[in-house]
Design a protein around this ligand. Structure first.
Ligand SMILES: [Fe+2]
Ligand SMILES: [Fe+2]
Length: 204
């Protein structure tokens, strides 16, 4: 007997769920993330992060006069930001060490370019795949080299969305922790403090 996955139906905020339901590609992304749900914390991380990203962009939309399209594209960017992890064999990495070794982490880093390639190949907007490409270039150890190089020539809109994406990613990670790297969750009210110093430096 197939048990309905009630939890999955409830995890996205209603407006986020509607955006996903209206787009066949986003439904495919959601299915792909569900398929790797037992291989790490990518699914939960992405679900929480997409909800956080929606709330953030909706808040900014008021003061920066962003359109509904801008909101929907940012939701797509959040939902797809770690999509490349569907091509990373988490099961074998975890089997060897239980935690990511530095060598494992080099393999995990490939998710950025893999995700960028999938999004571009599927004809998605550059407003989505450019921010995805640069989402790990705002941290103290930026990667991958291709993104660092390309970021210099990206337009301000894509750089800004890349910064927002990175900020949402860091916020979610600090607030909830990660399973396979040494990051302890902070109390939710402390998570913004981990983000703001980087914002003051102008990284976000
Ligand atoms: Fe990532
Ligand atoms: Fe992420």
């Amino acid at each position: 007997m197939e048990i309905p996955n009630l939890e999955r139906r409830q995890v996205y905020l209603d407006p986020v769920r509607k955006i996903i339901e209206n787009d066949i590609f986003l439904r495919w992304v959601r299915e792909q993330l569900d398929l790797i749900s037992d291989e790490g914390d990518t699914l939960r991380h992405t679900q929480r992060m997409t909800n956080c990203g929606y709330l953030l962009i909706r808040h900014l939309a008021r003061e920066q006069k962003l359109s509904n399209d801008d909101i929907e594209l940012f939701v797509e960017t959040c939902l797809s930001h770690d999509l490349g992890k569907i091509e990373v064999d988490y099961k074998s990495l975890i089997k060897t060490s239980g935690k990511f070794s530095p060598e494992d982490f080099e393999i995990v880093k490939q998710h950025v370019e893999k995700g960028y390639d999938i999004l571009k190949h599927c004809g998605r907007s550059d407003e989505v795949y450019n921010p995805v490409l640069i989402h790990h270039t705002f941290q103290p150890d930026p990667y991958p080299p291709l993104a660092i190089k390309r970021k210099k020539n990206m337009n301000e809109r894509d750089k800004r969305n890349g910064r927002l994406l990175a900020m949402t990613d860091v916020f979610e990670t600090c607030a909830f922790g990660r399973k396979f790297v040494e990051i302890r969750p902070l109390p939710l009210d402390k998570a913004p403090e981990a983000v703001w110093p980087a914002r003051r430096r102008g990284d976000y």
